[in-house]
Design a protein around this ligand. Structure first.
Ligand SMILES: Cc1cc2nc3c(=O)[nH]c(=O)nc-3n(C[C@H](O)[C@H](O)[C@H](O)COP(=O)(O)OP(=O)(O)OC[C@H]3O[C@@H](n4cnc5c(N)ncnc54)[C@H](O)[C@@H]3O)c2cc1C
Length: 388
């Protein structure tokens, strides 16, 4: 068939600018992140030097407009960055993901001019952001949260505890969800921009996790924390909209983290099976191994298509709710299968920390849990297809 100029490009074809951007992040990840991965995982600590480099490279403010000091790029660039970083370290991937697809994105969409002027330049240049919705008693049922916001002179006093907050150890800025009226249900939920230095705010215990160990996950304590009225993000009582809309986008970012992780695991498996010899030949010469690798490559390609399609729909302003849920669901499962296969193909060497696949296998599990568990993604998809 004849190729016409107006045929849309293949989903995975990157523009010149996207290719350059992806390659530069990948090169950075291999050169500067790779040497730190083992130590950061063992010590459950994100390197401060690495954080500074992420800011220098403009990866912490990808979509933030240039007038506010950001790179002024598109959501798709964030997806490319998270994918590239996660192929080397999914902990660094999620740090960059939360910064861009949740925190900066919520501020850009819902912030007043004043909030944007005050906080976007900080986020682009030096401040890590965190997004605090979950609590001990409210995870999947996020709007059952109990952190209270009491109106007072000039603002609100926040009291409560948040749990599982990614980036909290490093963050200077927090988007915190609280209710101004528990009787109003989700219509009481309100989003606030909280600075680390606000009186009554503190970061509590850091979790000791199975995977993505260098990514901090902490409790937040709010004890009569005074937040100025100007720091309400969106309208009072409309925080549920802020949460729903940002998390829909955030899910695509987690999809990107998972395809990056799966790519990393598959690359390691391919390289290893070509080297490792048993029965007098490379194990990649056995058809049984080849078919397993072929399956994994197909699953990864399908996951990448779903993630890229959801991201491109988002950038073109089209509805992407179902696509985002599907891409996260599928990519998280793909990452789990592919990292498990990588461990399998390394044999005993896959089970120890001297080789990178053991870590990727541990890191993969989180994809089915945060930013909406897989069951919650299925619920969203079912609701859409059934029109319920
Ligand atoms: C490492 C890590 C980082 C995180 N980062 C953040 C963050 O930065 N900010 C933040 O706000 N939160 C964060 N979270 C919280 C995360 O989003 C929640 O853990 C997640 O939403 C699940 O909530 P839960 O843990 O309370 O589990 P629950 O909601 O109690 O779910 C337990 C199980 O029940 C299932 N289930 C629940 N309801 C239903 C239903 N209606 N139908 C079918 N199955 C159901 C779930 O699928 C799951 O398998 C993080 C969590 C972790 C572990």
């Amino acid at each position: 068939m004849e190729k016409t100029n107006d045929s849309p490009p293949p989903l995975t074809r990157l523009s010149e600018d996207e290719t350059l951007f992806r390659n530069s992040v990948l090169e950075f990840a291999r050169r500067e992140v790779q040497p730190l991965v083992r130590q950061m995982d063992d010590q459950a600590e994100m390197s401060r030097t690495l954080l500074d480099r992420l800011f220098e490279l403009g990866i912490m403010g990808i979509e933030i407009p240039e007038i506010h000091g950001g790179a002024g790029a598109r959501f798709f660039h964030s997806v490319l960055a998270v994918e590239a970083l996660s192929s080397v370290d999914p902990s660094v991937g999620v740090l960059v993901d939360v910064q861009n697809t949740l925190v900066a994105s919520a501020l850009m969409r819902w912030g007043t001019d004043d909030l944007k002027k005050r906080y976007l330049p900080q986020l682009a240049a030096r401040s890590v952001g965190a997004y605090a919705l979950s609590e001990a008693g409210s995870g999947s049922d996020a709007f059952a949260l109990t952190t209270r916001a009491f109106e007072t002179d000039g603002g609100f006093r926040l009291t409560g505890r948040k749990l599982w907050i990614t980036n909290a150890n490093e963050a200077d800025l927090f988007i915190v969800f609280a209710t101004v009226d528990p009787d109003a249900g989700y219509k009481g939920i309100t989003a606030f921009v909280v600075e680390r230095g606000f009186n009554g705010f503190s970061v509590g215990r850091k979790e000791d996790k199975l995977g993505i160990r260098a990514s901090s996950t902490c409790e937040l304590l709010l004890e009569d924390c005074l937040v100025p009225r100007a720091n309400v993000l969106g309208d009072v009582g409309r925080g549920y909209k802020v949460a729903i809309e940002t998390l829909n986008e955030g899910r695509i970012g987690i999809g990107a983290q998972m395809i990056g992780l799966a790519r990393g695991a598959l690359d390691h498996a391919i390289a290893y099976t070509k080297e490792r010899k048993q029965f007098g030949k490379a194990i990649a010469d056995f058809q049984g191994v080849q078919f397993q690798l072929a399956h994994a490559a197909t699953e990864l390609e399908a996951a990448r298509l779903l993630v890229y399609n959801a991201a491109r729909l988002r950038d073109s302003g089209e509805p992407f709710l179902t696509s985002a849920a599907m891409c996260k669901l599928f990519a998280a499962d793909a990452a789990e299968h592919i990292s498990s296969l990588a461990v399998q193909l390394f044999g005993g060497y896959g089970y120890v920390k001297d080789y990178p696949v053991e870590k990727l296998y541990r890191d993969a599990k989180i994809g089915q849990i945060y930013e909406g568990t897989s069951n919650l993604q299925l619920q969203t998809i079912a609701k859409q297809i059934l029109g319920a």
